[in-house]
Design a protein around this ligand. Structure first.
Ligand code: FES
Length: 101
C-alpha cells in the first residue's frame, strides 16, 4: 500500500489538480497512484469487458494502473499512475476512453 509520509494538511506543500472532475490537493513529487490511494480511489480503469482494474506492481511493469492524463496545453494521454508524478493543473480521469498503450 502506498502511503503519504507528509500530511497533505500542510497547505504550503500542496499543488492542485483535477481527479474525475473534482479539484484535489496533492504533494509535489508524489505519484498519481499515491495521491489516488490516499483519496480512497480503488478502481483506476475498466477493461473493455467491464472488469475493474487497480495498480498491481507499483513499479511500472503491469500497466494495470493506466489513467487518462491531460497536462496544461496538451492533448490527453494514457499514463501509468504509479510512474507519473502529480503536476499542478493536471487533469486525471480514471476511465480512459481512448487507451493508446
Ligand atoms: S501498478 Fe503496475 S504499472 Fe503501475
Amino acid at each position: 500500500m502506498m502511503r503519504r509520509i507528509i500530511p497533505v494538511e500542510n497547505g504550503s506543500l500542496t499543488i492542485s489538480l483535477e481527479l474525475d472532475g473534482v479539484r484535489v490537493q496533492a504533494i509535489p513529487g508524489e505519484s498519481l497512484a499515491g495521491m489516488m490511494f490516499a483519496r480512497g480511489v480503488g478502481i483506476f480503469r475498466w477493461t473493455s469487458g467491464g472488469k475493474p482494474r487497480a495498480p498491481y506492481c507499483a513499479m511500472g511493469t503491469c500497466f494495470e494502473c493506466r489513467v487518462e492524463v491531460r497536462r496544461v496545453g496538451q492533448e490527453p494521454v494514457v499514463a501509468r499512475a504509479c510512474m507519473t508524478p502529480v503536476e499542478d493543473g493536471m487533469v486525471v480521469n480514471t476511465v480512459a476512453p481512448r487507451e493508446k498503450l
